[in-house]
Design a protein around this ligand. Structure first.
Ligand SMILES: Cc1cc2nc3c(=O)[nH]c(=O)nc-3n(C[C@H](O)[C@H](O)[C@H](O)COP(=O)(O)OP(=O)(O)OC[C@H]3O[C@@H](n4cnc5c(N)ncnc54)[C@H](O)[C@@H]3O)c2cc1C
Length: 644
């Protein structure tokens, strides 16, 4: 009996032992690292960032990203490719990444003035954190460009570091002096002829930087003395020579690729390795890591091609998880979207002033007017707006964080929602915040349409959304694309009340089209043209792929109307006030499935999720139940025997 009495306690302890912070984060589907031990990317956090990156012997390229940001997930493969390429350069530069989503990492990213994800920063060797010094940003584009830019930046700073290769073209050096310019220990001296902007030579210097004591590579361009001396043809560059100790030059044959920065590095690298193996010119030479690196890059490249060919796949309606599709817009998701933007996204910015401040006022004003929220949340938004207005000169992100967390019993924005409902992905990396943000945007346009009986300026909400995206949405790629999509916002027909709803619907469908079969797409929830035939059979004109605008409008008005928003869990929750605190233990204690006030149906509803998310816990619980029941039976049988 004793065991049975303590079972609920054991159940509670088991749930609590699952690392409260990560379990909450995974619940909202976001704070999982995009990189792991198999990548050549060092995983950084607020705990190891300073000790790793600052006062380091090497430079550091660091990607600041947020795991909720779909584009960051897509970009992770590109960054992995950069890291694989740069792995042999690790004595000079290391490649790392930090997830800015979540508590302490958020503060660190704010201190570093990160304004969007992903952002790649290059940090000099032996530097200390200095807020005022100029930062070096490498645009997060394709792997070839990032690598080239990284090299250009390393080149800019190389003179300060004696142990680094000398990237300066040896144009003024005369041929006979080459050995004198190289370290005395040099056993192999190579010369690369290339165009001035080509990075092949510098990549090779970095590739073999581990052997700098035995091997020296110089680069030279077509306007230097060495060019004339060796009579290299213009059509022959890039080309590679070995300079022998007897002061003669011998060409190393390399199959060439003429386009600038095409993968000549790979071809030249292989030719050099072959030469080293044939001549045994370098002691303890081990080139296995180059092959491993090539393999990683090939695999990543192949994955990209597979994804591109998948783009042409026909969309099959039967693939859709209908249960997921059927989920209504949920108030929990809308509140979570607000919570994320106020507690995570806006505080990310160091300074909120001028046009960003105006955009924030405009955005919160829209929320106070049209968010179909319950009373305490609407009170909260009103108070937030007046608090923000009080600070007319603007404020810092951390000041905003203070304002945001002010709450009273009749005005609060809950912190105790721990999982998205409509926007829950089939895996933690899918859906979440951006999904909830879209729902919020659509809901606002429909709410305005239904609330305002008088003539309204239909651009009010699209403009406020655009302001929010422009100044605060931290997904860099989404921001850029959304700005492009909304250039014609001024042309909206202000006399047509439906215009804002349809405008946003169309833009969202463009995004869906672009992202269909993208790595960010939840396979159980493909990004189809919305609404699907399954959701709205009459929204498409029969036998065509065209939408019937009138039927679609009716559908959207219903789908995003206040009366259709699922608030079941919210009303269960509001039985107890939100004395919300951010402490994980408070959040855990409020999880519906262990809440004393929660009814059995809620527990049963979440049981599959609990088992899926905490398989070990579920197994332990099962074991305890089995032991408990058998002990109970055993004791009962024993007692019966004694009474007999
Ligand atoms: C403004 C904005 C711009 C973005 N731009 C990019 C980008 O450039 N690159 C990128 O990788 N990611 C971008 N994202 C994220 C991306 O659009 C998705 O939000 C994310 O990948 C999650 O997708 P999802 O499958 O949950 O569905 P989402 O596309 O987020 O949709 C959420 C819900 O909205 C409803 N819905 C879907 N389509 C429509 C529609 N046309 N009209 C009305 N309701 C609809 C459905 O119920 C759906 O479940 C952006 C997000 C936002 C908010």
């Amino acid at each position: 009996m004793y065991l049975l009495n303590v079972l609920p306690l054991i159940f509670f302890v088991i749930l609590n032992r699952s690392h409260p912070i990560s379990s909450i984060a995974v619940g909202v589907g976001e704070a999982i690292s995009l990189y792991n031990g198999t990548d050549k990317v060092a995983v950084l956090s607020s705990e190891n960032f300073s000790s790793t990156v600052y006062q380091s012997k090497t430079a550091w390229a660091v990607e600041f990203y947020a795991s909720w940001c779909g584009h960051c997930r897509t970009y992770a493969n590109t960054y992995r490719e950069v890291a694989a390429t740069a792995w042999p350069w690790r004595m000079i530069v290391r490649i790392g990444a930090i997830n800015c989503y979540g508590g302490a990492n958020l503060d660190l990213c704010r201190q570093h003035g990160v304004r969007g994800f992903p952002t790649i920063r290059l940090i000099r060797p032996e530097s200390v954190f200095d807020n005022s010094s100029k930062v070096i940003v490498i645009p997060a584009t394709d792997a070839i460009y990032v690598t080239r830019e990284l090299i250009r930046q390393l080149d800019n700073m190389h003179r300060r570091y004696k142990s680094w290769p000398d990237f300066t073209p040896a144009n003024r050096v005369i041929f006979e002096e080459l050995y004198a310019r190289a370290p005395r220990t040099t056993k192999l001296l190579l010369l690369v002829f290339e165009k001035r902007k080509d990075t092949t030579g510098r990549q090779l210097m970095l590739d073999f930087s581990n052997y700098r004591d035995q091997m020296t590579i110089f680069r030279t361009t077509t306007d230097g003395r060495l060019w004339r001396k060796l009579h290299v043809n213009n059509t022959d560059i890039p080309s590679l020579f070995v300079i022998l100790k007897n002061r003669t030059a011998q060409r190393i044959p390399v199959q060439q690729n003429k386009s600038l920065d095409a993968d000549n590095r790979g071809l030249f690298n292989r030719a050099i390795r072959l030469y080293i193996h044939q001549t045994n010119s370098i002691t303890n030479f081990n080139d296995q890591e180059f092959d491993a690196m090539d393999q990683i890059r090939k695999t990543l490249h192949k994955q990209r091609l597979t994804r591109q060919s998948a783009k042409n796949r026909e969309y099959i309606e039967a693939n859709i998880d209908r249960n997921t599709t059927r989920r209504k817009v949920n108030m929990i998701d809308l509140e979570l979207a607000l919570s994320h933007m106020f507690r995570q996204e806006i505080p990310q910015f160091k300074s909120i002033r001028g046009p960003a401040y105006d955009a924030l006022i405009q955005w919160i004003t829209i929320l106070t007017k049209y968010f179909p929220g319950r009373e305490p949340v609407m009170n909260y938004l009103e108070r937030l707006l007046s608090k923000v207005k009080e600070q007319s000169d603007g404020f810092s992100g951390s000041k905003f964080q203070e304002i945001v967390d002010v709450k009273t019993s009749d005005a609060y924005l809950p912190t105790n929602h721990n999982r998205y409902q409509h926007c829950a992905g089939s895996q933690p990396q899918y859906r979440g915040y951006p999904c909830a943000l879209w729902l919020l945007f659509h809901t606002l346009t429909v709410s305005q349409y239904q609330k305002e009986l008088r003539q309204i300026d239909v651009r009010e909400i699209p403009l406020a959304i655009k302001g929010y995206i422009k100044y605060f949405f931290t997904c860099r790629e989404c921001r850029k694309n959304f700005m492009k999509e909304t250039v014609n916002i001024a042309e909206l027909d202000t006399t047509n009340k439906q215009e804002a709803i349809l405008y946003l619907w169309k833009i969202h469908n463009h995004v869906n089209e672009r992202l269909h079969t993208d790595i960010t797409e939840d396979p159980k929830y493909p990004k189809v043209q919305f609404p699907s035939k399954f959701l709205c059979p009459t929204c498409k004109i029969i036998n065509t792929n065209e939408f019937d605008i009138s039927n679609t409008m009716d559908f959207l008005l219903h789908y995003y109307s206040e009366s259709n928003i699922d608030s079941t869990l919210i009303s269960k929750e509001s039985h107890h006030s939100d004395n919300s605190s951010n402490r994980p233990e408070d959040l855990i204690s409020k999880m519906e499935f262990i809440d004393e006030t929660a009814d059995r149906s809620v527990i049963i509803r979440y049981l599959p999720d609990i088992v899926q998310q905490y398989p070990l816990n579920a197994f332990l619980l099962f074991l305890i139940l089995v032991i408990g029941i058998s002990r109970y039976r055993h004791c009962k049988a024993k007692r019966r025997r004694y009474t007999l």
